[in-house]
Structures are given as C-alpha cells and as structure tokens.
Design a protein around this ligand. Sequence first.
Ligand SMILES: Cc1ncc(COP(=O)(O)O)c(C=O)c1O
Length: 390
Amino acid sequence: MKGGRPETRLIEAGRRKEWTQGLVSPAVWRASTILFDSVAELKAANPPQQGVLHYGRNGTPTSWALCEALTEMEPGAAMTLVYPSGSAAVASALLAVLEAGDELLMVDSAYGPTRALCDGLLKRFGVTTIYYDPTIGGGIEKLIGDKTRAIFMESPGTYSFEVQDVPAICAVAKARGLATLLDNTWATPLFFPAMAAGVDLAILACTKYIGGHGDLMLGSVTATEEMADRLEKARRVLGQMAGPDDCWLALRGLRTLDVRLRRHQENGLKVARWLKAQPQVARVLHPAMEDCPGHEIWARDFLGATGLFSFALRDGDDAARARMIDSLERFGIGYSWGAFESLALPVDPVRTAGRADYGGPLVRLHIGLESPDDLIEDLAAALARYGSGE
Ligand SMILES: Cc1ncc(COP(=O)(O)O)c(C=O)c1O
C-alpha cells in the first residue's frame, strides 16, 4: 500500500515483493552482465529503465528499492537516481541542466567542493557562475539575465547555516523558466520536503543522515517529472551508478531516519543552547536558534533541525581553535557528518558575494547520539582550557 505519513513511508517505501522475494529488505544484487534468452529480449530491454534488468550500470533491485523509497519520501517527485557520492550527485545534476554559455546562480554558502566544481570544471566548459547572498530570497530576480539557466541552493549552508527562502527563490525561477536545484542534505526530505517548496532537483549526500553510520559513500538526486528524462540521460552518459552494497546500507539506514534525526535534533539543541551561554563563545549558528540568519524561514518551512551546526570562538585565532578541538576527548576530528557519532571540525567559509563576520573562528560540530551531557562536559573542559590560554 502506497502513501501514509512520512514515518510510515520510511518503513514501507521501496519494498516491492518482486524485489524483496518476501525478505524484509531486498538482497544485495551484484551485477555487471545480465543474461537474456534471445536478441529480441535483449533489444526489448532498451532503452534502460528502472525496474527492468539491463546491465549492471543501470541498476538492480537493490538500487531500485532505494531510489523508489527516496522518491516516495519526496511528495511531488517522479524519480530518484543514485550516485557514488554526494559530490557526484551535485555534479551530475548540474551537468544535466547546464550548457556552454549558460550562467548559473550559486549560493555563496555552498559546500566547498560544489564551489570548486563551478570555479573549475564548469568554467572550463563555458558555464559562468554568479554567487549570490544566501539571504537574498525573492531578490534573486535582479541577478537573472538572458543567459541564466539555473539556480542552485543549499539550505542551510554547510558551514555557516544561513537558511534560504527556497519557496520565494523557486517562485521567481518558475516565472522565469529556470531550473532549481537544492542540496537538501542537512534537512533530508523528512524535515524539508523540497519538491513541495518548488525545487526541480533535490540532492542528498546519502553519505550523511540517510546512511547514518559513517560507513558508506552515496548520493542521490530526486527529480520532478519534467526533469526526470534529462537527469537520466546525463547519468547514463556520465556512467554514474552506486554499488549495491552501499545502496543496501543506505536503504537500511533510511528505515530508522526518523528516530535518529529526532534524537540528533534534541541532542544538538541541548548542546547548542549550552554553548550559547559560554563566555568563550561569540556566536552559535544553528537554524533553530534566533540569531542564525534565516531562522524565521527555518521556523516557517522546516519540520525539524538536525545535529549539525557551528559556533564561533571569542577572541580566537586558528592555533587557539586547533588547540581547543584537539583537547576534545569525545568528539572525533574528521570530515563528513550525519553518523551516530559526534565530530568537531575547524571551518573557514569562503565568501565572494559579500562579507560575513562570525565574531571569531568557526568550529562546526556534528552532535551524535551520545548523551548530550557527556558531550557538554567534554566541551566544557576544552573551553576552560581555551579560556585559560593553555
Ligand atoms: C552539504 C553537503 N553536500 C554534499 C556533500 C558531498 O557528499 P559526499 O561527501 O558524499 O561527496 C557534503 C559532504 O560533506 C555536504 O556536507
């Protein structure tokens, strides 16, 4: 039975009997060659489509089950494709909509490698990127010219957490015939249904919360009906596909997304509120807290907050920040986020569309599923050392 509330869809979506054979989850189907009984049958499998075995690069029931489940999590979506990483999903989505000579409007608070794609490869292929302030909202209209083809959003921004007015930007884009893309990795469709807000291509680094256990690399793009064909054609010629083991792990992670995200939210807010009261902290950038740019948009549009946010150290420099992070005992130091464990990372957002002053060097925290009281004790000890100049 299709439909149901989001929590129910998370449990039921993608579990077709012909894919699971009665198992709770589909098996890991590994394939390159698929054998056909005749040339006629081989020809009938063309062009490749989800749900019809064709060749390993075009998926098996393991990837189709994940794609269908992600599509069902996004009301208004027609299909989902998977990629070997979140960055591959970002690149493939952009390559699906852009052509040489186009202009792309890219949010200034975007994930670093997304910026690098625009400033490097896309530029080489004749696409010009214009960065815009994440708080621009409907004002983006004034940046649209004859060559503008697409608007890329990431809300909130990965390092500095400005929340964008996605519905306002999408409304302008629709009126001007532009494609809209959103990196929705922070909220996932559970806390921000992107298509309902008007987005054409919703991108997830499934490496983070969908997987949830720090043990896989995966990306996805969910598309509207109008974008589906373009996206699939680009995927096919770019040779993009994710391995079945990673799809299987992501599908397993997806089933518990609701309970995990709610605990990340609760723990994250407890730590963020505590940090805000500490004298060594200049500012906390958390979409659910009032001094975060775009907080009122978060309150209007989002159904929850997750466990990733930043804070600025008062009067600090790079070396003092490194000492503070090094002295944390429970937080891991490393890239990525969205798994069960807590992480700390120094972040230095690059800005070209405007100046951003955070009041000190930024530390990005991912708050995991540990007791927030243990995490607070760890942060308290590290901040006390930081404050004493040790
Ligand atoms: C917001 C965001 N988008 C995309 C990515 C890229 O995902 P991946 O690491 O799977 O390539 C990341 C990774 O940190 C991210 O934080």
